[in-house]
Structures are given as C-alpha cells and as structure tokens.
Design a protein around this ligand. Structure first.
Ligand code: SAH
Length: 465
C-alpha cells in the first residue's frame, strides 16, 4: 500500500462518465462518447475532472453546455476554446467524484470494483484474478489471470459470472467447456477509467435448463432467405435441439401504409432508396415485448448489420455469445434512415471491408459463428477447438481418403498412428500456416513454450530462404 499524503483524507475515487473523442466545430466544443446511462445524467453535471489517457494529468473544468449529437455529447468546457485545444484533449476521460455518480442498479458495477477480484469455480476452487474489463465488440469481456500467469477472457454475463460479490472481492464463475482455451489470447485495451458497467443478465439461462442458450431475432424484408439456415446445418440442429431460438420478423408486417412500404426516397436527392425508420422501430418494440416468461428481465442487444460497423472477429463472437439475446437488423438499398441507429441500435457489426447488397448474408454469418459457441451445436467440441482463430492461430491442414491421390501423398506422420507425433506435427503446421498466411495474428496469439520454440525455428527457416 502506498502511504497517504499529509494533506488530509484521500479524495474520493473518480468515476469516468465519458471520453473525449474529437473536437467539433470552431468554437471549441468536443465530441464525447458518453458512458453514463441514461445520457441525461451528463446534463446535470457542472464541474468535472478531465484525466489524461495515462492517468498522470488532471484538469478541473467547468461545463458550459452539453447537447446530443448522433449518440454522442457535444460539450463546451470552459477550459477549451478552440478546435486545436480540443484536439489536445483527445482520449482524455471526463470524470466525476464517486459520490456524484448515479447510484448503481442491482446488476451494475464500477469497473474498478470488478478488477482484482478472486475468481473461483462453483466448488470454491481458485481459478485466478480479474485483471481488466473491456468492450469485446459484442459485449463486455473480463480478463482472468491464472496463477501460472496465463490469461483468458470470459463474457461478463450472469450465466457465466454467477456470483459477483463486491465487498468480498469474490467472483464465482461457471465456464462453458472450452471457453478458457477459446479466449486464451492477448487482450484488447481495457475500458479505461472507472466507469460503471452493467452485467448482461442471463440468470434465467440457469434457472430453466430447458430454455435456449441463445436467442436471435432477425428483422428483414426477405424472410425466405433464412429458410436454408433454418432447415440445414449446425444452426438448424441447434434450433431443433432447443439450444438456439431463431425468429424471423418480416419488416413489411410493421409498415404503416397499405402498400406495406419499408423504404422511401432519400432526402437531399441522389440515387437509391432508404429504409424507413418507423417500421424498424415498431418491429424492435414488438421483439422487446415478445420476451417469454423465462426471458423476463433480459434485454436484447440491438445490432445493425452495416459495413460501417465493428469488424466481426472471434473475440467479438464470444462477446455476442455472452449477450445471449441478439436482434439483427438487415438493411437493403442505401441502408437505414440514420435515426434508427441514433435511437435504438446498441452496436453496428460488419463482416468485412466490402459492401454486399443486404444485411441478410452478414446476419447469417454472425448467427452461424455465434451458434458454434453453444455447447452441443457443433457435434464435436474438439473440432471447434481446432478451428482457425480458436487459440489465435490458423488451423492445420486436413486430409482424408485416399492416402494417395493423383500422385499426391498424405504426410506419413498422419498415417503413422503415433498420437504424440501427430499432435506435434499439427501444432507446427498451425504455426506455419499462421506465420505464412496471417503473420499479423502471431503478435496477439498466446503461445506456450513448445509453440514458441517451434515458431522460432519456422522464422529462422523463413529468413534462411
Ligand atoms: N450505403 C451503405 C451500404 C448499404 S448496403 C453504406 O455504404 O454504409 C445495404 C445493406 O447491406 C446495409 O444496410 C447492411 O445491412 C448490409 N451490408 C452491406 N455490407 C455489409 C457488411 N460488410 N457487413 C454487414 N452488413 C453489410
């Protein structure tokens, strides 16, 4: 413990209510990503502390005005008078003393309370310590460091973090099989500061084992496109087994005119139609109120499929799995009226830096990837664990009969029946594939000693050539 200064009691800890992202306009306003919920809380503040990204510098400032703009707050601080000054405060957090922050609700926690917790399994066996919490793209993820120094991430969801005991700094977790290995990769930057976060409330998954583990609601004007997803493959099987629930909502049923219109011309002119806001908002309202008894208290995460969204990766998939109930909005034409995003969307997700003509195929991609996380959906858990990206590496090559095909032989080791040699060969191939096809992944993959040694050899080989 560090000793206290002699200037009296320590000031109360600061709670971050947002972060400055960029200057806005010529008067020195800055655009602030708001972390308080509801947004209006911010309007009540008059004096705040700006804290530099490294936490070393603090400035007490007054708030002259706040207005909402595109889901962010435009704030005029008395100490910032120009766009240039605003730029200097990029990524500084806006913080208030803990006492001024809104009282937490039952499933809400301060980030600083969640870090440094002892993590145990249901039997009380030590698993590790929480080291950080961050936005995984689809939901909050919590990093746990084990005694041996290795770390992995879990969704901060009620179904997994079953007990969060802040006074005793204790968390009980129930890890789905394979989750630990799945997320054993280096972590994304933590959510900075001391903001508050809300736990995804999925307790009901526990209470009624018969209830599906995951619920998807798809909003589309082409419901029939989803027929194949519903009838064939792993997702269809997960639905049949009751592990996944998937509902398709025909947006036209929520249109407000007799033509059942779901789009209209763009204001400002230009080619192409725009998806109307009202039917989408009505449909999402219907989805929210369609929660069945076992889902009472759950809140769906409203996701807009969009090429402007956060790129989906395996970590994002784990986060979305943790969220439990996902509503996917599929756009068409030029996309959605912007006010949909502003008013009801929690997250925009993209499946790649290219544009396809509708959100249906991206949504199916997301549904499939997230469904694979549900135990039992993919028949053999080991096959998920061997997949590309599972441990931050690409998969090893696969072969099947015949042993010789048009003069090409299957590597001898695979025919040898020697399990240990096969394991090592596959590990080496996995590292080779990653080093040659996706070297960018190596920096964030967590490698054990054996893997590091193999990789060194591979890299030496590459240089030698
Ligand atoms: N004008 C829009 C693109 C519209 S494409 C823009 O440039 O942002 C029509 C719809 O297809 C989008 O609304 C979105 O739902 C879907 N879509 C297109 N590309 C996508 C991608 N890479 N990821 C997710 N959804 C995508």
């Amino acid at each position: 413990m560090s000793s206290q200064s002699d200037s009296g009691p320590a000031p109360p800890p600061l709670i971050a209510v947002g972060v400055i992202r960029k200057p806005h306009g010529v008067k020195g306003e800055v655009s602030v990503e708001v972390w308080t919920d509801p947004f209006e809380r911010l309007l009540e503040l008059t004096d705040v502390v700006l804290v530099s990204p490294d936490g070393d510098e603090r400035r007490e400032v007054g708030i002259e005005s706040v207005r909402e703009h595109g889901g962010r707050a435009l704030i005029k601080f008395d100490a910032i008078d120009s766009p240039e000054m605003g730029g200097e405060f990029r990524n500084w957090t806006v913080e208030v003393p803990e006492g001024q922050a809104r009282a937490l609700e039952e499933d809400e926690y301060f980030i600083h309370d969640l870090v440094g917790m002892r993590v145990e399994d249901a039997d009380g066996t030590l698993i590790g310590t929480t080291t950080e919490i961050f936005e995984g793209g689809g939901g909050l993820l919590l990093t746990i460091r084990e005694e041996n120094g290795e770390s992995f991430d879990i969704p901060f969801a009620g179904s997994i973090c079953t007990v969060v005991d802040v006074p005793n700094k204790l968390m009980k977790v129930e890890l789905p099989q394979g989750l630990r290995e799945l997320t054993k990769i280096e972590s994304a930057p933590p959510v900075s500061g001391h903001s508050n976060v809300r736990q995804e409330s999925l307790e009901s998954r526990e209470e009624s084992p018969a209830a599906p583990t995951l619920r998807f609601d798809i909003v589309t004007i082409f419901p029939r496109m989803f027929e194949s997803l519903l009838s064939e493959g792993v997702v269809a099987r997960g639905i049949k087994d009751g592990r996944i629930e998937l509902k398709i909502w025909d947006l036209r049923d929520f249109a407000t005119d007799k033509h059942r219109s779901t789009d209209d011309e763009a204001y400002g002119g230009g080619a192409g139609m725009v998806m109307l806001a009202e039917p989408v908002i009505r449909c999402v309202e219907a989805i929210r109120t369609s929660a069945r008894p076992h889902e009472a208290g759950l809140t769906p995460k409203i996701i807009m499929m969009s090429p402007q969204g956060k790129l989906l990766d395996q970590k994002g998939v784990v986060g979305l799995y943790g969220a439990g109930w996902l509503v996917l909005l599929c756009g068409r034409y030029e996309g959605f009226d912007e006010r949909i995003r502003e008013s009801i969307v929690d997250l925009e997700v993209s499946v790649g830096d290219f544009v396809v003509s509708g959100g249906e195929l991206p949504a199916m991609t997301l549904v499939d990837a997230v469904s694979r996380m549900v135990e039992g959906v993919v028949g053999d858990r080991n096959s998920v664990e061997a997949d590309s990206f599972y441990n931050g590496l690409l998969d090893y090559p696969h072969y099947t009969r015949p042993a010789e095909l048009r003069g090409m032989r299957v590597p001898d080791v695979l025919l040898s029946g020697h399990a240990e040699k096969i394991r090592k060969w596959r590990k080496e191939q996995s590292l080779r594939a990653t080093a040659s096809k996706r070297p960018d992944l190596l920096s964030s993959a967590v490698l054990d000693q054996e893997a590091r040694a193999i990789l060194e050899e591979i890299l030496r080989d590459q240089e030698g050539r």
